[in-house]
Ligand binder design. Structure first.
Ligand code: ARG
Ligand code: ZN
Length: 895
């Protein structure tokens, strides 16, 4: 498989070209002599020909390796190199292959394969990093048993870890030592891991339901042990939850998590040895916010749940990535919800998840990188670790659960693991198992059509329209679904869309639901399963026109267009028993006001919000029963990115100005209400990151922000002063950071001394310094001041472009998180972006390609932004020697 064509252009890998491997690898024995400058890797494998495939030479993948020796059955063998592959002809049916290579971990700035971070060795092998460690059949359907011996200087690398069980360790001459690990499970190469360095561990012995004992360990650098309690608790909860909810036990004696501060992604599910970005491990109340605590819980859960959905059953090929990622995101979302004692906290988590989907995945699905949940082709697989594969993939799994019910879904999961344990399978296999376990359901009946969610890209639009007929006391809802073309897919077939629906009276009470022809009405939510381009439902027994609550809980990843009247939305906002749609009604009202003000510059743009909306927000803020967390979500306006998605032509400055005007209006009109909300919620007592107290901190935080915004307009000095005091006195990072954010976001003069103090306090806490950088690079732009600030920040002694977290905290916070500051009329933001993409591409292509996506939506921009953005992308695309990663992104952006 050559990756470049005759012109040197990368060749796309296509799903339809899949063929089984010509050889299987049964066992792998790896011996590492770890040295930062030159690590020696001895790889002894037992291979055999796959009898189901026509004979072929053996082609092993490699990348940036120095090859020293190849032996077949102990004899020097002849081989040739074809591009990066090592090719051997004329092999027997079964044989032992020994390969000796060296590599240079200290120079590995791509952070794929074996690399060094703060004097510690780590690996990252998914998707194609193992080939940077040794020559191998580096594809997920080749599963082998691994035995790994690590050797290194004992003083520098006292801890030596790999997958599975430690079977032997001891000292060697010259101050060296070794450790030998055996993984009891066969696995694909992307799940291999090793760690070597000076680390300490928090340990916990736990006993599973079946009585089996397990050792859980969280490894960090010596100074960070006091920040591992939450990760450990999250891990214990994960083990208990997977057993209780899905009957999936921990299958290892020992389960390890190790944190590194240099990591391209969030974390990695290597069998028994998860490697994490420190951001998703380390937390104490002084350094981490409630959001950090929540993210740690879900990422620890996510990687742990991969132990079944990913490791025990893996992907046949990388087109099936969502098989493990969509399912595992669904599982971690369910885990976080199930840990909430209150139903309202579950709803808050659901709203947060949907917000991510709509602000990140919907734009992806409408842009040049749009791809199906199961893509048909890629140039660089790293580019497909996307919100579509992960979050939309999770929504597809969630719809299956909606169609078969929670119990039915659990039966489906059980069948899936019974059928496929130890195998590398496809998305079709998964859907088939869920359907087969639930033969009498809509999912089973509609399976081929349902699977269009895997094959068709793009976000479907669902246009709904309701007509009430007083004479027959009936209400007819009609639906028309459509889906815009996406790259390579001009037309789409209808999707199976489960629509959860309820009906409310004008007084806000939930009405019984009875479809024409049904003998009886039912109470509460109904699931309608849409399958055709157009569908109609007639509801009977209605004395007046109902207010429809459509797509409750966001039952499908679609855009719902319904021409609600303002009064109907206010009814839903005040009364819908479904918290998701209650929140959604407020978002629709705010969005409507924003779009109106964007369309009509002038007076309307300065006071975009009407009185009814402001009154409704006041009622929510003062509501005696609603939880603080829910209030905070309702009072948060739709993001600039989300507003921009609703427009055909986007002027980012206009979007920003209108949203800022809306915030200013909410700040002053609700001043007394914000004061009250702050007073009632700011004292949450001894810190715990539970949903109730974190919700109160969130509400106090947004209140403080609006009080400072109001002060900006009125010249009041009291609230900024109080905010600074709170910043100084705060007993936890959430309160402290919210206060700092209020000063920075309102552009108050006290922001500067507060930022200086913050840096001083936390100068030795890398993750907190990331927050310090990110807050500044993401701050509201006032007269073009952010870009010069960002350039200044890049010269700060704490800045390093090689550390992905730090690069993200400055460059991504600006380019991807601060649209009004990036999209400058003078195009300087785009020039900065292109310079950074080019600079990063030479260091770390994965990080560069992520940054390259910041201009995905360039073609929607108004002039002069549109032409200038295109020119910047073309400038990147014209560079010689661009990585496949970045080349794929910019080429698609321009096509
Ligand atoms: N499987 C990991 C996770 O979702 C992500 C690994 C991503 N690796 C990469 N090179 N893109 O937990
Ligand atoms: Zn994952």
């Amino acid at each position: 498989m050559l990756l470049r064509d005759a012109q040197g252009q990368p060749i796309a890998i296509r799903r339809e070209d899949y063929s089984a491997p010509a050889y299987w690898i049964d066992t792998v024995e790896l011996t590492f002599d770890l040295d930062p400058a030159k690590t020696r890797v001895l790889n002894r494998m037992r291979l055999r020909r796959n009898p189901e495939v026509a004979p072929e030479p053996l082609r092993l993948d490699g990348d940036e390796l120095n090859l020293a020796r190849v032996l077949v059955d102990g004899q020097g063998a002849s081989f040739r190199m074809e591009a990066d592959q090592l090719v051997i002809d004329n092999l027997p049916d079964a044989f032992e292959l020994e390969i000796f290579t060296t590599c240079c971990p200290i120079k590995n700035t791509k952070l794929m394969g074996l690399f060094v971070s703060e004097d510690t060795f780590f690996t990252q092998c998914e998707a194609e990093g193992f080939r940077r460690i040794t020559y191998f059949l580096d594809r997920p359907d080749v599963m082998a048993s691994y035995t790994v011996t690590l050797r290194a200087t004992k003083a520098a690398y006292p801890v030596l870890l790999s997958n599975g069980n430690l079977v032997e360790q001891g000292d060697l001459p010259e101050g060296r030592h070794f450790a030998k690990w055996v993984d009891p499970f066969r696995k694909p190469s992307y799940l291999f891991a090793l760690v070597a360095g000076k680390l300490v561990a928090r340990e916990q012995q736990i006993k599973a339901r079946n009585g089996r004992e397990h050792l859980l360990q969280v490894y960090v650098r010596a100074g960070d042990l006091d920040k591992t309690e939450h990760a450990m608790n999250s891990l214990i909860n994960s083990v208990l939850w997977d057993e209780a909810r899905f009957g999936l036990p921990l299958d290892l004696d020992r389960f390890m998590i190790v944190a590194t501060s240099d990591f391209n992604m969030g974390a990695m599910e290597n069998k028994g040895l998860n490697i994490f970005n420190t951001k998703y491990v380390l937390a104490n109340q002084a350094t981490a916010t409630d959001a950090d605590y929540g993210n740690i819980e879900s990422v620890v859960g996510h990687e742990y749940f991969h132990n079944w959905s990913g490791d025990r059953v893996t992907c046949r090929d990388w087109f099936q990535l969502s098989l493990k990622e969509g399912l595992t995101v669904f599982r971690d979302q369910e885990f976080s919800q199930d840990l909430c004692a209150e139903p309202s906290a579950r709803a808050v988590k659901r709203i947060e998840d949907v917000r991510v989907l709509r602000t990140a995945q919907f734009p992806e699905d409408a842009g040049p990188m749009a791809h199906p949940v199961r893509p048909d082709s890629y140039i660089e697989i790293s580019n497909f670790y996307t919100v579509t594969i992960y979050e939309k993939g999770a929504e597809v799994v969630r719809m299956m659960q909606t169609l078969v019910g929670r119990k039915g879904f659990e039966r489906g999961i059980t069948l899936y693991f019974e059928r496929h344990d130890g195998q590398a399978v496809t998305c079709d296999d998964f859907a088939q198992a869920i359907a087969d376990a639930n033969p009498d359901t809509e999912l089973a009946r509609l399976l081929p059509q349902f699977k269009r969610w895997y094959s068709q890209a793009g976000t479907p639009r669902l246009a709904a329209h309701g007509v009430y007929d007083a004479a027959s006391r009936s209400y007819t809802l009609s639906f028309v679904q459509s889906c815009a073309p996406t790259p390579g897919q001009a037309t789409k077939e209808p999707f199976v869309i489960p629509v959860n629906l309820g009906l409310l009276g004008a007084d806000g009470r939930e009405l019984p639901v009875q479809l024409e022809g049904e003998a009886e009405a039912t109470q509460g939510t109904r699931t309608l399963v849409l399958t055709r381009a157009g569908e109609q439902y007639t509801f009977v027994g209605l004395d007046a026109e109902p207010v429809p609550s459509i797509l409750r809980g966001f039952s499908a990843p679609v855009i719902l267009d319904y021409d609600y009247g303002d009064a109907q939305l206010l009814t839903l906002l005040a009364n819908d028993p479904d918290p998701f749609n209650r929140w959604e009604a407020g978002q629709r009202l705010a969005l409507r006001a924003a779009l109106r003000a964007i369309a009509e510059p002038g007076v309307a743009g300065e006071q975009p919000l009407g009185e009814a909306f402001i009154d409704a927000m006041r009622s929510v803020l003062r509501h005696p029963q609603l939880d603080a967390a829910f209030k905070e979500l309702v009072l948060t306006l739709p993001s600039e990115t989300y507003i921009a998605e609703q427009l055909d032509v986007v002027d980012p400055q206009r979007v920003h100005a209108v949203r800022e005007a809306m915030r200013a209006q909410l700040a002053s009109a609700l001043f007394a209400d914000w004061e009250q909300a702050y007073e009632q919620n700011h004292d949450t007592g001894a810190y715990t990151p539970d949903p109730v107290s974190s919700g109160r901190r969130a509400l106090a935080g947004i209140a403080l922000l609006h009080l400072c915004l109001a002060a900006r307009a009125s010249g009041d000095v009291v609230w900024p002063g109080k905010t600074l005091q709170r910043f100084k006195d705060a007993g936890n990072m959430t309160d402290r950071f919210n206060a700092l954010n209020a000063l920075v976001a309102s552009g108050h003069a006290l922001a500067a001394p507060a930022l200086a103090r913050f840096h001083q306090i936390f100068k030795d806490e890398a993750l907190v310094i990331d927050k310090w950088f990110s807050l500044q690079a993401g701050a509201p732009d006032r007269g073009g001041d952010i870009l010069p600030l960002v350039k200044q920040l890049m010269k700060h002694p704490d800045f390093s472009i090689k550390n992905p977290n730090r690069a993200r905290s400055v460059i991504f916070s600006y380019c991807s998180g601060n649209p009004a500051a990036l999209h400058r009329p003078d195009a300087a933001g785009y020039v900065f972006w292109s310079d950074r993409v080019i600079e990063l591409d030479a260091i770390n292509p994965q990080v560069a390609a992520r940054l390259a996506r910041a201009l995905d939506r360039w073609s929607k921009l108004a002039e002069p932004y549109r032409s200038a953005a295109r020119e910047a992308i073309a400038r990147v695309a014209a560079r010689p020697d661009l990585s496949k990663d970045t080349l794929e992104v910019v080429t698609r952006a321009l096509s």
